[in-house]
Design a binder for this molecule. Structure first.
Ligand SMILES: Nc1nc2c(ncn2[C@@H]2O[C@H](COP(=O)(O)OP(=O)(O)O)[C@@H](O)[C@H]2O)c(=O)[nH]1
Ligand SMILES: [Mg+2]
Length: 392
């Protein structure tokens, strides 16, 4: 076994050092009663039994790499948004485990240091220095499976070693963006290695992998604590949240499609109004549209809205903006997604961003879906994909 991975695994299991700047030690006693907030603060504790079944990574090829990569080059630049990328990264992690390669993540588009926002949890995916400025020929290969329906459909019978070792490259760069849980579960070649996921629904598989691979960086953890203490100063405060993904709108003009029409926002306002009963119920409205947030502020419950600040843009379609703004956009979507994971009531949209938040939040309680027909229905994490009829 690779010693750095083993070290990091051990360190995470006894995380006193890591926590010295984290949530557990440097805060005034937290007045937390919300199970969602408590669960969030115990990031390493939930799904623990499950997570331990995955075990430390065993590297049969410690000098070979499987690297999730997104960069500015023609071949590697189409990666999808933040949620797409996360799904690709989680599959890369599983594939690295199954093929005994070292797992790394290189996110060079937008050119921001991902480690500033997220850090490795039980798996050391950080790659401070890029092995290759460009992915091309030589001792490397790249495999692009973004939006590949045939790849998704063949996961259940894919021999990943054969697929990756075809060119015997030391470095394999990879990207993908869908939810491959079902195919992995059904892959008989790996039934032993993947036995931990055999009886799980896709939401639990993805949230287990997400918590294993990522946690908020010290910087964002501090920001989160501050935000939560300001927002929920007493045990009686609650957080009522909605994600409204509009699709193409003035904040994200080049998004591919309109997903929700402004004329239908009343259904969201009614929902937020009904679920926020007193001024102790704070409302967190996450949207890809600045306009929606402004409209929310002018509603009767507007004074209950809390804002995390920052700037809205699409992480995969913001090349026209300067780097600082693009990185601020990445920070915002990651931060706000982690707020959603802690809401007492959560309304999600047709979006991988809030879908993943609902998975990690991990409860049917207080979860609602804003459907394609602009209605709002109670939903469960395990049914979300069916409700929206999606592959990711
Ligand atoms: N700040 C912010 N950005 C968002 C929001 N919703 C979507 N985005 C942006 O749009 C991208 C969409 O990501 P993607 O993985 O394609 O998810 P989906 O298209 O919503 O299913 C994200 O990476 C963000 O850059 C939002 O509510 N707030
Ligand atoms: Mg998208």
């Amino acid at each position: 076994m690779n010693s750095s991975i083993e070290d990091s695994y051990q360190r995470r299991r006894f995380p006193t050092a890591r926590r010295s700047h984290g949530v557990l030690h440097d805060l005034a006693p937290l007045k937390v009663t919300s199970r969602f907030r408590r669960q969030f603060l115990q990031w390493d504790q939930s799904n623990k039994t499950l997570s331990s079944l995955i075990g430390p990574q065993c590297l049969s090829s410690p000098d070979k790499y499987l690297i999730y990569r997104c960069d500015m080059t023609r071949i590697m630049r189409n990666c999808g948004g933040w949620a797409d990328r996360v799904k690709g990264m989680l599959l890369t992690y599983v594939m690295a485990n199954l093929t005994g390669r070292v797992f790394k993540i290189e996110m060079l588009k937008p050119p921001c240091n991902l480690l500033r926002y997220l850090t490795p949890n039980l798996v050391n995916w950080s790659l401070p220095v890029s092995s290759h400025e460009r992915v091309g020929k030589g001792k490397m290969q790249f495999i692009n499976k973004v939006d590949s329906v045939s790849f998704l459909a063949s996961i259940h019978k894919t021999n990943f070693t054969e697929m990756i070792e075809e060119k015997r490259a030391k470095y394999t760069y990879f990207k993908a963006n869908l939810d491959y849980s079902k195919g992995l579960q059904n892959n008989k070649l790996y039934s032993q290695q993947l036995s931990w996921m055999a009886d799980l629904s896709n939401d639990v598989i993805l949230s287990t992998l997400f918590k294993r691979v990522f946690r908020l960086s010290g910087y964002l953890e501090q920001r989160m604590n501050h935000f939560m203490q300001q927002t929920l100063p007493t045990a009686r405060h609650r957080l009522i949240c909605a994600h409204v993904r509009m699709g193409a709108n003035p904040s994200i003009p080049n998004d591919s499609e309109v997903r929700f029409h402004q004329a239908n926002l009343n259904v969201v306002w009614k929902f937020l109004s009904e679920h926020s009963k007193t001024d102790k119920d704070k409302i967190f409205l996450m949207s890809d549209s600045e306009n929606v947030v402004d409209l929310g502020k002018s509603q009767p419950f507007g004074h209950r809205l809390v804002d995390s600040g920052g700037t809205i843009n699409h992480v995969d379609k913001s090349g026209h903006l300067d780097i600082e703004e693009r990185c601020a956009g990445l920070e915002k979507v990651i931060f706000d997604q982690h707020v959603l994971m802690q809401c007492d009531v959560l309304l999600i949209s047709l979006s991988g961003v809030s879908r993943m938040a609902a998975y990690v939040r991990g409860s049917d309680k207080g979860l609602y879906c804003l459907t394609r027909k602009s209605t709002i229905v109670p939903c469960k994490p395990k049914n979300i994909k069916k409700i929206y009829r999606i592959m990711g």
